[in-house]
Design a binder for this molecule. Structure first.
Ligand SMILES: C/C=C/C(=O)SCCNC(=O)CCNC(=O)[C@H](O)C(C)(C)COP(=O)(O)OP(=O)(O)OC[C@H]1O[C@@H](n2cnc3c(N)ncnc32)[C@H](O)[C@@H]1OP(=O)(O)O
Length: 648
């Protein structure tokens, strides 16, 4: 039987606890927020109020902040907080004894069938659940900080946890509009922290050896490898003390460059100093040019090794690891995908080289990595690696669905970066359109995941790492959209910038929700539009407007874009879905051959002389007079009924 979760208690009103309570209240749950003292719980409550107001100010909260806050109540007495809870989430500091004592108390006071979850980021669920008489109803829900902004939650069961409890936790996370990943074994630190730890740890060891300096490593990882923060910058951000404590907890060696700073109290941003000076200096002040010559593979090979260990031990799938690293670790792509591009053999060689040189356990290659390489599955170039590419490979950034009546719905699915297009994402759009059976498609609808963006353009973080020729392929993917023989519709809700706008310009029909923003901000990056934005725009809006948009990197409202003829229309939010559905419905019911010919003639005619274009049109017209659809259209007219065109 499915477990129902209606009421919730969150224990601990610190940054994680109040964040989780806020997210749950936003999803419509009644939440009791509890901490051990009035001041602490009030502080957490005030933080929720502040955060809800901020979200509302930015237009990122659909509901009235007061209504959401009204669902949060506070308590100091634990018994009162959990008495009616279906789910209790413990968000106490990361200390096993403390968490065990909270679990034991909850076990006494909560209803017998309540689920008790811990928000631990590094401890084993089984160790915490051992303090209760109901380990089968205990699980882990690892939210990331801050819960309101971070989309990922790792859902973990202990050895004794019942399957339906893990399922219920997973579904609960989905009901919060967050993305759960399933951690299938109760390993310390779960998925994301295990893969991310070598990023900071290995950089620390490199510093210990005097091989590179802080700025060089950070610059190399950010500007040459596309990571959002350098490893030292990231460690300063999270706190060196937190990093060292977690390593020590599991008897893992801590680099000297980290432990010495912890001893000196320079634990990062919060202390005003760490690897960089924050209070008396400019912070993480590395420059793009400083990263030459750093052995970045050394860091990435260790991350890949951890990912391989997790897959080999059946802790997580490559898909879940990659979702975790993108949403929880902020990486532009998952570590398994990176490994498949770099080559698993390349990573393995590096690990062996380091292991031979140092004998250090951390370089010992994972069995799974060795097996993959020995069986020839060394990555994308070999057709198989973590993923199977023999049929083109999985879609990571584009989700799609083809309905029975022929609507191919394509969603740019990279919400964490406002659906910005990486080269992988462009390739996936192109592959999808080139491989879908066109006979099954009546029309294509493109949209962005989430409610913030259609797409905020090409992935800016990829500009410093990608080959210029790869970036120039943007144009090729967008042309595939333009040339797709069926009608295409851009359904725009939110930011539609740069390459996002260019892709919509290659669509046949563009409808936006009011409040969307369109623009060509490339010039602010020292660039120009590279996916047809200068050319299609000028043909649509004329030279003065196109030049102003491009030269000034302007963002314009959907209403203004409609006024200038960039959009077919801008419609109020509440009418948006219906407006798109109405268009799609006409396209689905329309005569496919005639629509295809109309698209072709209009597209090709634009670049031809009027005489040639008129000749194209008349050829198309003549051709269509020989079709069954034409006979059906005429018969329907005579019978005064709606035509039923064939799907051929
Ligand atoms: C040939 C084609 C060339 C091009 O297309 S060049 C790119 C043109 N596009 C742009 O220049 C737009 C860049 N983005 C922005 O200016 C801002 O975003 C917005 C105004 C759209 C929204 O601002 P806000 O509401 O403050 O959101 P946020 O925190 O900036 O964005 C959320 C996360 O999305 C990432 N992101 C946004 N746009 C891009 C992008 N184009 N490439 C890579 N990442 C992007 C951010 O960094 C951040 O991520 P985190 O939360 O990890 O900090």
């Amino acid at each position: 039987m499915d477990i129902e979760i209606d009421s919730l208690a969150v224990l601990g009103a610190g940054s994680m606890g109040h964040g989780i309570a806020e997210v749950a209240a936003m999803a419509g749950y009644d939440v009791v927020l509890r901490d051990v003292e009035d001041d602490l719980v009030q502080d957490g409550y005030d933080q929720i109020e502040w955060s809800l107001d901020k979200l509302a100010e930015k237009g990122q909260l659909d509901a009235d902040p007061e209504d959401v806050l009204g669902r949060v109540s506070t308590a100091v007495e634990l018994e009162a907080a959990v008495a009616d809870a279906d789910l209790v989430i413990e968000a106490a500091p990361e200390d096993l004894d403390l968490k065990q004592s909270v679990f034991a108390e909850v076990d006494e006071a909560a209803p017998d069938d309540a689920i008790i979850a811990t928000n631990t980021s590094s401890l084993r669920i089984g160790d915490i659940a051992a303090a209760t008489d109901r380990p089968e109803r205990c699980c882990g829900m690892h939210f990331f900080n801050p819960p309101v902004k971070m989309d990922l939650v790792e859902v973990v069961g202990g050895e004794a946890t019942a399957d339906d409890v893990v399922d219920a936790a997973y579904e609960f996370v989905e009901s919060l509009d967050k993305t759960p990943i399933r951690v299938r074994k109760d390993v310390p630190q779960f998925v994301v922290n295990n893969v991310l730890t070598p990023y900071m740890g290995e950089a620390g060891f490199m510093l210990d050896e005097g091989a590179d300096d802080v700025r060089a490593v950070d610059a190399a990882m950010v500007f040459r490898r596309g990571y959002p923060m350098g490893p030292f910058e990231l460690n300063d951000f999270g706190g060196l003390d937190v990093f060292a404590h977690t390593r020590e907890q599991w008897d893992d060696p801590v680099p000297e460059s980290i432990s010495s700073r912890v001893e000196a109290g320079d634990v990062g941003r919060k202390a005003g100093a760490g690897f960089y000076e924050y209070e008396d200096g400019p912070g993480a002040d590395y420059e793009p040019t400083q990263g030459d010559g750093v052995d970045t593979l050394r860091i990435e090979a260790r991350m890949i090794n951890e990912a391989a260990r997790l897959v080999g031990q059946d802790v997580a799938t490559p898909e879940d690891i990659d979702v975790g690293m993108r949403l929880g670790g902020g990486l532009p792509e998952g570590t398994c995908r990176t490994a498949d591009k770099l080559g698993l053999d390349v990573a393995l060689d590096k690990l062996r080289e380091l292991h031979d040189a140092t004998g250090a356990e951390r370089y010992e290659p994972a069995d799974y990595l060795v097996e993959r390489v020995e069986s020839g599955h060394t990555g994308e170039a070999a057709g198989r690696g973590f993923y199977d590419y023999r049929d083109g490979g999985p879609y990571h950034y584009v989700s799609h669905e083809l309905t029975d009546d022929g609507v191919l719905s394509v969603v740019f699915d990279r919400e964490e970066r406002l659906n910005a297009f990486s080269t992988d994402m462009f390739d996936e759009v192109q592959r999808l359109l080139e491989t879908v059976d066109q006979d099954d498609v009546a029309c294509v609808v493109f949209e962005g995941a989430g409610d913030r963006a259609f797409s905020a353009g090409a992935d800016i973080t990829g500009f410093t790492t990608a080959d210029p020729t790869d970036l120039m392929h943007v144009d090729e993917s967008i042309e595939t959209v333009y040339e797709f023989p069926r009608p295409t519709v851009a359904k725009i809700d939110g930011f539609c910038l740069g390459a996002g706008l260019e892709l919509t310009l290659a669509c046949d029909i563009r409808i936006a929700a009011e409040g969307s923003t369109l623009g060509s901000p490339e010039v602010d990056l020292g660039l120009i539009p590279g996916g047809g934005g200068t050319q299609r725009l000028v043909r649509l809006v004329g030279e003065p407007r196109a030049k102003e948009l491009v030269f000034r990197g302007m963002h314009i409202s959907a209403e203004q874009a409609a006024d200038w003829g960039i959009l077919n229309r801008a419609v109020p939010d509440e009418e948006f879905e219906a407006a798109v559905d109405e268009v799609v419905s006409d396209l689905v019911d329309g005569p496919r051959t005639a629509l295809e010919v109309a698209k072709q003639v209009i597209n090709e005619g634009q670049n031809a002389s009027l005489e040639t274009a008129l000749s194209l049109e008349s050829q198309g017209f003549g051709l269509l007079t020989t079709t069954d659809d034409m006979l059906e259209g005429v018969a329907a007219f005579n019978d005064d009924r709606e035509p039923e065109f064939s799907d051929d």
